[in-house]
Design a protein around this ligand. Structure first.
Ligand code: SAH
Ligand code: SF4
Ligand code: F3S
Length: 459
């Protein structure tokens, strides 16, 4: 979200979901801005509030209803003062439960599914007439076309940026709502992605993360042949000013040889990979419809490490999938021990209506899920701490992104996505310096800029 003037009539967008949801929120804020609703910092200052929701787990989906409860209060106060307030629900809960939201929450004025946010101006117009529009068709082509038109003026001044290059998912893991909320996999046209990346580089962005639910399944057929993610990286590597390329999220099945080679051959492709495995038990992987075994995953990691020895790995895990025995859970712990992750996310299985997992018997008791999650997180935290501790004494290139919490401090990212704090002037923000890592903190590393690097930024 970006800030704007605090004029009445402001727009407020709150993001609840994944990075694609955050990216969409910035586009929604851009659209609101063009409608005269410049971004404001709090709901209380806004004339239009858009909640960009996430449906991935029950807790995420519930948040929107508690938030709506609070906003309803603001709306009442506004009505009494004779000042308008429009409330919209966007994102994946909107897609899954849009009609239900309109029925349950009289305060909601419009609903926009994740492939329909380009229809925001039309939704606002209808909402002002009291029509309560529900836009939840899958219109990914139109959304991508709209992205091409957007000038993205709200990205200015940033060092790193997201670019969505692929939407939707055809994998249908049995626990997951994404194929239903985001629709079928579709890739954005390569020339549009390149144009957006060039525009961002021109605006000073140095680090781009390409986004998609299955971003490594990116595939676009141009007149000059098929564009894979690896080929796209080659093209983006040629953009002057761009220093770092990242991507998320990937599926192990789409980790193709050319992409692995890109980690070896393209210096701008960062040595970091988020590759969810979910479980280390073949029985559970099968029930999850992941379509690979634990061995396949470990073998893939070995191939990646052979191509790029220092690659830092991150993953997602689910504990307590229906039918998960203690032995299945031990297999997950063994996989984590074997691979060694730099960071990871782990979740308790959450039953999602409409997914095949919700139909399965043998749901795991909450207490067991809690215990397993705590044990897994203990191991993953220890591995993350070990990874950070291992960086002490090393020289890492740090791309500075913002001022630190204290005066005279600046904060940046290592190639492995760690946050690094050093003492240094604000005018280094946007440039890369080699730093010696001195000590690990709880969520970041502390270091010092190495001397004798001249005025030139490194990459
Ligand atoms: N497309 C990505 C990410 C999907 S959502 C992928 O394929 O990995 C991000 C993570 O949320 C998933 O990797 C999974 O670990 C978790 N997740 C998805 N559905 C879930 C559910 N029903 N319960 C708990 N965690 C879930
Ligand atoms: Fe969900 Fe699986 Fe698709 Fe990832 S690959 S979005 S976990 S269905
Ligand atoms: Fe959530 Fe939708 Fe992203 S369900 S994780 S906001 S794709």
């Amino acid at each position: 979200m970006s800030k704007g003037s605090k004029a009445a009539g402001g727009g407020y967008v709150k993001s609840y979901g994944c990075q694609m949801n955050v990216y969409d929120s910035s586009r929604i804020a851009g659209l609101l801005d063009r409608q005269g609703h410049a971004a404001v910092d709090t709901p209380a200052e806004a004339e239009v509030i858009v909640l960009n929701t996430c449906h991935i787990r029950e807790k995420a989906a519930d948040k929107v209803f508690s938030e709506l409860g609070q906003i309803r209060q603001i709306k009442h106060e506004r009505a009494e003062a004779g000042r308008p307030l429009l409330i919209g629900v966007a994102g994946c809960v909107a897609q899954a439960e849009g009609a239900e939201i309109l029925r349950r929450e009289a305060s909601v004025d419009f609903v926009l599914g994740p492939q329909s946010y380009h229809r925001l101006p039309e939704a606002l117009e209808k909402a002002r007439r009291g029509e309560r529009p529900l836009f939840i068709d899958f219109e990914t082509d139109e959304k991508f076309r709209d992205l091409r038109r957007s000038d993205g003026g709200l990205d200015r001044g940033k060092v790193s940026a997201f670019v969505t290059i692929q939407e939707g998912c055809d994998k249908f893991c049995s626990f997951c709502v994404v194929p239903y909320t985001r629709g079928a996999e579709i890739s954005r046209a390569t020339p549009d992605v390149v144009t957006e990346a060039e525009r961002l580089a021109g605006a000073g962005v140095k680090d781009i993360t390409l986004l998609g639910q299955n971003v490594n399944g990116y595939r676009w057929e141009g007149r000059d042949g098929v564009w894979t993610l690896a080929r796209l990286f080659e093209r983006l590597s040629a953009i002057e000013g761009l220093e770092r390329l990242r991507y998320t999220t990937s599926h192990p099945l789409d980790m193709s040889d050319d992409l692995i080679a890109a980690h070896r051959d393209l210096p701008k492709v960062m040595p970091y990979l988020h590759l969810p495995v979910q479980s280390g038990s073949d029985r559970i992987l099968r029930a999850m419809n992941r379509r690979h075994t634990a061995r396949d995953y470990v073998a893939l990691i070995e191939t990646l490490r052979a191509a790029r020895a220092d690659i830092a790995l991150s993953s997602d895990f689910i504990v307590g999938f229906p039918g998960e025995t203690d032995e299945d859970f031990r297999a997950t712990m063994r996989l984590v021990e074997e691979v060694g992750f730099a960071s990871a996310f782990s979740f308790k299985y959450s039953t999602r209506p409409g997914t095949p997992g919700a139909e399965l018997g043998d749901q795991i008791h909450e207490t067991v899920k809690k215990e397993r999650l705590a044990e897994l997180q203990g191991l993953l935290d220890a591995q993350a701490a070990a990874f950070n501790a291992n960086c002490v004494g090393r020289s890492l290139d740090v791309l500075f992104e913002k001022p630190g919490r204290h005066d005279g401090q600046i904060v940046g990212r290592s190639p492995y996505l760690q946050s690094v704090q050093v003492n240094g002037p604000n005018d280094l923000i946007g440039s890369t310096r080699r730093c010696t890592i001195e000590r690990p903190g709880s969520h970041s590393l502390f270091g010092a800029i190495e001397q004798g690097q001249g005025g030139e930024a490194r990459n």
